[in-house]
Structure formats: C-alpha cells, structure tokens
Design a protein around this ligand. Structure first.
Ligand code: NAD
Length: 458
C-alpha cells in the first residue's frame, strides 16, 4: 500500500519505518526540514534503539520523507502522528492536528478513497472533528472519498520497534466499514507469523516468542478513549506502588519484595510496579491532564486520575525532601543528577522528573551537576533557564558533590567507576530513586546508600 505519515517524531518516524519494513511504500512528512533530511539521508531524527539501522536499510527504496504533503494525493492510508501537548488548563492542544488535517484536505485525490488515521493521542470526538474539517476544506464526502479512523499507539519509547512489530493489541476504531477493511489489509503483515519471525531477526530479537497481536476493532470514540484510559490506568498503577513504597519505608517493609509478591498475581501483573521519583515524560502528564479535564467538563470527574496526578507531584517532592532531610540546607551544596530523560534508552526530555527536581534544588540554592547518555542537549534546550553544569561522563557528576540522585536507570550507570566517584564526592550520599544499584556493593564502597521503600534491613 501507499502510506503517508504526518510527523517524523517519536511516533511518526517509527510508524513509517516499520510499515515500510512490512512492505508498504511509505512517505513521512514533517514541517521540520532537519528531520526530513535526516530520514532521506538514512539517519534517524530521534534516538530510539535500532531505528537508525532500519531507516538506513529502508530509505530511498520503501521509505521517503518530505516537507510537502504531495504524497497524500496517492496515499491509500494517511497517518496523523503530530504532537498533542497540553494547554494551560490541561486539555490537549489540537492545533497541530488541525493544521495537519487542513493540509491533508488540500491534497486529497477525489478519485481515490483515502483513509485518514489518527495515531496521535486525541480526545474523544477528535476523529469526528477531523472528518468535518476535511469535508469542509476539500468539499469531498466522508464515506465516499475518505474516512477518518482512530488507531492509537501504545509503544514505549526505548522499546518502540519491538512494541510496534509485536504489540499486545492493534486497536482500530472507525465508523466506515471500508476504512476498517483498508486498515485490516494494512496490518495483515503484522498478523503473519512468517513475517514477524523475519522482523524479529532484523531487530536481533530472535529469542522472543512470536505471537501475532489481538486485532481489536471498535468505533471511533471508543478507540480514542482506549488510549487515554490505558495511559491513565498505568499512571495510577505507578502512583500506587510509589505510595506503597513510601508506606513500606514508614513500616520497615521492602517494596521490591512487596511489588514482586503482588505481581505474581496474574490479576495484578508485574509490570508498572517499579518504584521511581514519579511518572513523567511526553505522554502520561499530558494524557492524564486531558482525561481529567475532559471528564470534569462532562460532569464525570475521574477522581482516581486526579488523585494519581496529585500523588505523583507529591512523589517528586518526597524525593526533594529526602535530600533536604539528609543533608540539611541546600544553599551552595552540590547535587549530582544521574539521568535527565524520563526513562532509559530515549533522548526524549519532555516533562522529566529531573526537571522538577533540579528546579526545586536550584530554588534552594544548590549547585547542580548532571549527566545523561542521550538527553543532555535536549534537556538543555528545553530547560535553558536552569543553572546546570553538564558533565560529559557520569563519573564527573560526583566531583565535589554532597549527594548523588540517580533519577534515570540507564544501564551504563551500573558500571560507572563508583570507587572513583566515592573519592570525588564531598560527602558520599546516594539517593537511588529507582532501586537500581546494588545497595551492598555501594555500601561496601563506603557510600551512604538510600533507595525507596527498601525496609529496615536493606
Ligand atoms: P513529536 O513531537 O516527537 O513528533 C511530532 C512531529 O510532528 C514533530 O516532528 C513535528 O515537527 C511534526 N509536526 C507538527 N505539526 C506538523 C504538521 N502540521 N505537518 C507535519 N508535521 C508536523 O511527538 P510524538 O512523541 O511523536 O507524539 C505524537 C503523538 O503520538 C502525540 O499525540 C502523542 O501523545 C502520541 N503518542 C506518543 C507516544 C510516545 O511514546 N512518544 C506513544 C504513544 C502515543
């Protein structure tokens, strides 16, 4: 099929590339010429493990990029994968969606039936709004010349390719039967074991069990809701375990064992029970805010989501207070931050825990030294008002530091030269907000090590 993906960001570039790997002819469109040039040159516009290799393999044959919407004219399916950030009141900013829809409308071919698919996370009702917009601008009739569908994306940054080729489920929402048929055809390669085995080989993940996903069809509004309801549920789950961690700390239980014991129950499951300084990143904060906002507007407030948002903010503060309790006044004290991205294996620095913590520490007069393997440039661009000394290695963060806060559990932080770091610190206190390092090892090196909710004997 001929596919166009609008947006060459974390979603669009992965979607376009993976569809091209499965044999579709794909053009990715972005207003950012640098991203377009990167793809056409066979390089990735974002950091996502494995993506660079796939783009290099596909660019110029099945994968193209452009700043022009021309490819919409020939497309069987047009994906919209532009950003939907938060407005001041928490609701989703749909201006990028509307701009993309307007451009699509101007380029539709009246002699084809084109399916336009919202892959961006959009509030319930957006699919209908996009349909009206396109009808109005193009003068073409929905159902006859085009149809709008919803196909929310559930990938995790850092595991994006694995998640796109081997998702648990593919959700498709549409009112038009023709749109559903088209998308079923589009996704047919993702349901074929033989092609999935090949994809696994390409990604170097031969060890995984190849199980085709559940293909779930529903109506447009329900598909839009599934995405928000899922993300908010995961956010609630994380907030829950973080509160349990704090309670464990108060009563001397070990949250690592508690989470493991809980996760053994298949009704609960062991995922999203990892302790942290709180959820953050480009999706959970904005999606919970939009869901809460929309539920309030409809007089059906999701009070559990509201509580999770508040609990999450308290979790960030809990970390800041812990540092304060341990070292006293932060005035002119040096705090080393390990990790600026919201999770490992991504360069995405939108709305990170680190930004909240660094702001808090800076307001109290602390000097901040920080490192991240992939996120330093992006973090600096987004938070250029924050006075941070960026260090080129993780070790350098320790120089003269009164405390080290491990915020993001990048695998390479396990193997830092911790012995050297211990010597380099002014006082060797580590706060490990991910319970990621080995407490015995750290204490053996002379660190005062603290995790979250590790009980009295750890
Ligand atoms: P992003 O900011 O990385 O990418 C969006 C891209 O769209 C940018 O490159 C931007 O230049 C481009 N763009 C904006 N307006 C455009 C226009 N009119 N025409 C062409 N290009 C345009 O955002 P993202 O992280 O890829 O997220 C996109 C959507 O997918 C959001 O709704 C998000 O909630 C959703 N989503 C994201 C993730 C994730 O992990 N990042 C996961 C699931 C869903």
């Amino acid at each position: 099929m001929k596919i166009t993906c609008i947006g060459a960001g974390y979603i669009g570039s992965v979607t376009g590339t993976s569809l091209s790997v499965m044999g579709h002819h794909c053009t990715i469109i972005d207003i950012d010429a640098a991203k377009v040039d990167a793809i056409n040159a066979g390089t990735s516009p974002i950091y996502e493990p494995g993506l660079q290799d796939l783009i290099q393999l596909q660019a110029g044959t099945f994968l193209f990029a452009s700043t022009s919407y021309q490819s919409v004219y020939d497309a069987d399916v047009v994906f919209i994968g532009v950003g939907t950030p938060s407005l001041e009141d928490g609701s989703a900013d749909l201006s990028y969606i509307r701009a993309a829809a307007a451009n699509i409308a101007k380029h539709l071919n009246p002699d084809r039936f084109t399916v336009i698919v919202n892959k961006s996370t959009v509030p319930v009702g957006t699919g209908e709004e996009v349909t009206s917009m396109i009808e109005h601008i193009s003068g073409l009739r929905p159902g006859e010349h085009f149809a709008v569908a919803s196909n929310p994306e559930f990938l995790r940054e850092g595991h994006a390719l694995e998640d796109v080729f081997f998702p648990d489920r593919i959700v498709v929402g549409a009112s038009a039967g023709r749109a559903k048929e088209r998308l079923k055809e589009l996704y047919a390669p993702f349901m074929r074991r033989d092609l999935l085995v090949k994809a696994a080989q390409l990604l170097g993940i031969q060890e995984r069990e190849i199980v085709p996903p559940v293909y779930f069809e529903t109506d447009l509004r329900s598909a839009e809701m599934i995405k928000y309801a899922s993300n908010a549920f995961l956010a609630v789950k994380i907030s829950y375990i973080n509160e349990v961690a704090r309670f464990c700390e108060a009563v001397g239980a070990n949250v690592m064992d508690v989470a493991q014991g809980m996760g053994l129950d298949s009704r609960i499951g062991n995922q999203f029970l990892q302790v942290s300084s709180g959820w953050s990143g480009s999706c959970f904060p904005k999606d919970t805010a939009e869901l809460l906002n929309a539920s309030q507007k409809h007089g059906q407030e999701l009070s559990i989501v509201k509580a999770a948002i508040e609990s999450n903010y308290q979790m960030h503060l809990y970390i800041a207070n812990k540092v304060h309790d341990r070292i006293g006044s932060l005035q002119n004290r040096t705090i080393g931050i390990l990790g600026l991205t919201f999770k490992p294996n991504t360069d995405d620095t939108r709305h990170t825990q680190a930004a909240v913590l660094i702001r808090k520490f800076s307001e109290c007069g602390a000097v901040i030294r920080a490192h991240d393997p992939k996120g330093m440039t992006g973090f600096h661009q987004r938070n250029n008002d924050l006075p941070v000394i960026y260090c080129s290695t993780g070790e350098q963060v320790a120089e003269g530091a009164d405390v080290l806060v491990l915020v993001t559990h990048w695998p390479e932080y396990k193997v830092l030269d911790w012995k050297w770091m211990h010597e380099a610190m002014r006082s060797p206190y580590i706060l490990d907000t991910r319970n990621f390092l080995n407490p015995e090892e750290m204490r053996g090196l002379g660190f005062m090590y603290e995790g979250l909710g590790l009980g009295t004997d750890k």
